[in-house]
Every structure is written in C-alpha cells, then in structure tokens.
Design a protein around this ligand. Structure first.
Ligand SMILES: [Zn+2]
Length: 458
C-alpha cells in the first residue's frame, strides 16, 4: 500500500529531459564524505546553439572559472546579485561590454561545494533537489544541479541528460554509483554512459546486491528476498516486451537512502531518475508478500515506472504530451496488474472510474495546452481512455498502436493524428474510429462516456 500513496507525489517531481541534441559531460569529481566536500572539473561539449540560455549550477557550488577550448578564462555574469532558478544560480557568458555571448559548443568549468553532513542534527525538509550528505551516503540527484545544467530560456526547457565520462575519486567511499553506469567499489573510477542520462550521484558506504544486471543499493536484504524482488521486476519487463513486441533492454537500479529530515515510522518517499528508483522510509523486506510476490499495489507502482522504458521523454510532444508520457505508462501498469493480479485490477479500474465521476475534463482532442492535462487527467482519466479504446478494438490492436507510437517518437513528434493513422493501418475501420473519436476524444461528454463504458463493462 505504501507505494500508492507516494506515487502521485513523486511523479510530480519527474522533470522532463527534453531535446534531441546530445550534450556530452566529461570530467572529474573528488568527494570528501566526512567533510561534505565536492570538487568538480567538467567539460561540456556538443552543446546546442541556444540564443537565450542559462548555465545552472547548485547554489552551494563556488565557481573557480569557466574556460574555453584554448584554456582561456571566459567572463560570465551571475556571480553578483545573481538570479536563482530552483536550486541553482543562473550564469551566462558575457563579452567585455557585459553583453550576452552566444553559447559556445564546448566549454569547461571548475567549482567546489561544501555541504552540511547531516548525522544527528537534521533539517526540516528534504527533497530531490538536495545535495544530501548524511555521514553514510551522498545523494545528489539531477534536480540538485550538482553538475552544470543548460536551461533553454525560449523553450523553457532544461537540458540535463547527457552522455558522460566522469572520473570519481573518493577516499572515504566504499561504493560509488552514477545513474547510467553500474556501481563501483574502486576509490578512483571512471563512470561512463553513451546513452544520455541524468547522472544522479550516490556514494558512500552501503551494500550492493546484484542479479542479472539489476541492482539494489543500500539495503540489508537476505539474498532470497532480493532475488524475489529481482524476479518480479523481470516478470514485468518480460510481460511488457511481449506485449509491446520491443525487447526490454534496460537494467534497473533500486536505491534506499536516508532522508536528512526526520521521518515518521510509516512515512515514505520515492523518486525515479530512469532507470534508477530511489526510496526513503521503504521497508524492502516488506515489498514481497508470503507467496514471494510483489503486493499488487507495489507491482502496479513498479510496472508504471518500468513502462517509462518505452514511454520516455522522447514521446513528450504537443498539447497531449502528458497523455503520451504518463497515461500510456499507467495503462501499461494496469495491464500488468490485470495479468498478475486480476482481482486487484478490477477494483482498481472501478476505483479510477468512480474517482472520475462528477469531474469535469476537456476531451483529449480539445486540449490546447500541456498543463490542461493535470495529474488526475494523466494518471487516471488518460489510462481509462486507452482502456476504452481497448474495450472497443481489442488488446492486441491497442498494444500494436502503442508500440508503433514509441517507434515513431524516436524520429518525430507524435500527435493524435498518428494514433488515428496507425489505428487505421492496423485494421480499425474509418467509420468505427470516427465513432470512437467523436464519443471519447471530442465530445464535451467524453469523461462521462468513459466512466460509463468502464463501469458497464464486467
Ligand atoms: Zn510516470
């Protein structure tokens, strides 16, 4: 049950990584766990030409200099009377007249940060934007901007997922992990990812459990129990791969970390920086029930997160962006729950339908702006729309369309026109599709029609 309560909270934190150009981050990080010190030296290359930009860096980091490719210092603004954006101070390059300079394709930066080490005395809050030393571990998620992040002002987009090669030197760490690579016990190790990732950093003293390339970090768990969790996760992956007809080639990392604020006994917190899922206050020993399986609510939680392997930020486009990203993932999660826990599934979809009764949402095709699709729309109404489509046209066609949408999203933006086009290609007749479209995607009564359809179906 635990995971359901945190689901919506943390999904809100999922910051989209957007943009097709691949920035590369290369450099060195020195960590002093006991002192809470981080020393970084990075080069960013293949940076896209952006006219209005900020370079964002955590407010606790002090910049020594920016340099160009000739090792000359680059003047910048933002160090005096600076502007904050979230956790970071915003910097821009300037010329001798203090006018904005365009973003160079390549530049380097050297900086150092000192942070509190929360051993006994804690803070009143903790969240994904914290650079959190707790005496045992260091957690620095992408949101903290512990590494330089580019902000595209005109598009209001953060570019924070990079391919990378990062050497981490930490004398007082037993393990270091950077999202995108596997953990290492070496005191001096180069972490690499050719796939763009948000390089969350997690280091310190903790056990590492591994099974077929999936990992659990910082959890004292009997091997049997760990293997049951791994097995359940593989089961979900295999189910998705079969349905989507796209192999699931991703290893998963589960991290337990201690918050730097006091937690009540049943308080939990989770966030995902794909393919890493991080939790505070979660008892991993209790994830698996007596039968060696994930409790249905936990299964549904993991299934949703695992579904983002397919529906990742590449699919974020147009006004229906949140539908493409989240409603699809939740639909897949519902289908996994149906497969492995049919009774729970029936209750859940009825619960979703009842939750929606009396609410007032615009029909999906009438959405003009992204934010019109709020959280309940994304996670409850959206998945039910896909379910209604399935009830009308079948499970197989629905999955074939989703699979094709994922493939198209690799190359271009997608829209409801693509959905329709693929549906017709897969054998739905134009007449039938038009009926569906009118009733569930266009009508001002679309929500009522959806709820009725779900509740009348047994
Ligand atoms: Zn999601």
């Amino acid at each position: 049950m635990k995971f359901t309560s945190i689901l919506l909270i943390f999904l809100g934190f999922l910051t989209p990584i957007v943009g097709f150009s691949q920035i590369h981050l290369e450099g060195e990080v020195r960590i002093l766990m006991k002192e809470g010190l981080i020393d970084c030296s990075f080069e960013l290359s293949n940076v896209p030409e952006i006219e209005a930009y900020n370079i964002l860096l955590n407010k606790g980091m002090n910049i020594q200099f920016f340099q160009n490719t000739e090792k000359q210092v680059i003047p910048y603004s933002g160090y005096y009377n600076g502007r904050m954006r979230g956790e970071a101070l915003a910097y821009t390059f300037i010329d001798e007249n203090r006018q904005l300079e365009p973003m160079p394709k390549k530049f380097s930066i050297k900086y150092r940060g000192a942070f509190p080490v929360y051993e006994d005395l804690l803070n009143s809050f903790d969240y994904k934007g914290m650079i959190a030393f707790n005496g045992k571990t260091l957690r620095a998620a992408e949101q903290s901007k512990w590494y330089p992040v580019i902000y595209d002002v005109a598009k209001d987009k953060l570019l924070d997922a990079f391919s990378y090669s990062i050497k981490v030197i930490c004398e007082d760490c037993a393990q270091v992990f950077i999202n995108g690579d596997v953990p290492s016990a070496a005191r001096d190790h180069v972490f690499q990812s050719s796939v763009p990732r948000q390089p969350m950093l997690f280091a310190g003293e903790f056990p590492v459990l591994e099974n077929k390339g999936n990992y659990i970090l910082n959890v004292n768990l009997e091997e049997d129990k760990a293997n049951m969790i791994f097995k359940e996760i593989d089961k979900i992956k295999l189910f998705f791969a079969g349905k989507m007809q796209i192999p699931y080639n991703e290893k998963i990392f589960l991290i337990s970390h201690k918050a730097v604020t006091p937690y009540k006994p049943d308080q939990t917190w989770g966030f995902a920086i794909f393919p890493t899922f991080a939790y505070s206050g979660v008892d991993f020993n209790a994830l698996i029930n007596g039968g060696g399986k994930l409790e249905p609510s936990n299964l549904s939680f993991f299934a949703h997160e695992l579904a983002h392997y397919y529906f990742d930020t590449k699919i974020l486009s147009g006004p229906q962006a949140w539908f493409w990203l989240e409603s699809t993932a939740e639909y897949l999660a519902l289908k996994a729950v149906e497969e492995f826990s049919p009774e729970f599934y029936q209750n859940r979809i009825k619960g979703y339908a009842n939750f929606l009764s009396g609410k007032n949402y615009k029909a999906l095709a009438k959405i003009k702006k992204r934010d019109e699709i709020d959280e309940d729309y994304r996670y409850v109404f959206g998945p039910l729309l896909l379910l209604v489509f399935e009830l009308e046209f079948g499970n197989s066609i629905t999955f074939q369309i989703l699979s094709e949408l994922v493939k198209r999203s690799e190359l271009a933006s997608i829209s409801l026109d693509d959905f329709k086009e693929i549906a017709l290609e897969k054998g739905v007749s134009l007449l039938e599709y038009s009926r569906f479209e009118e009733k569930f995607l266009n009508s001002s009564e679309a929500l009522t029609h959806t709820v009725e359809k779900i509740l009348s179906h047994e």
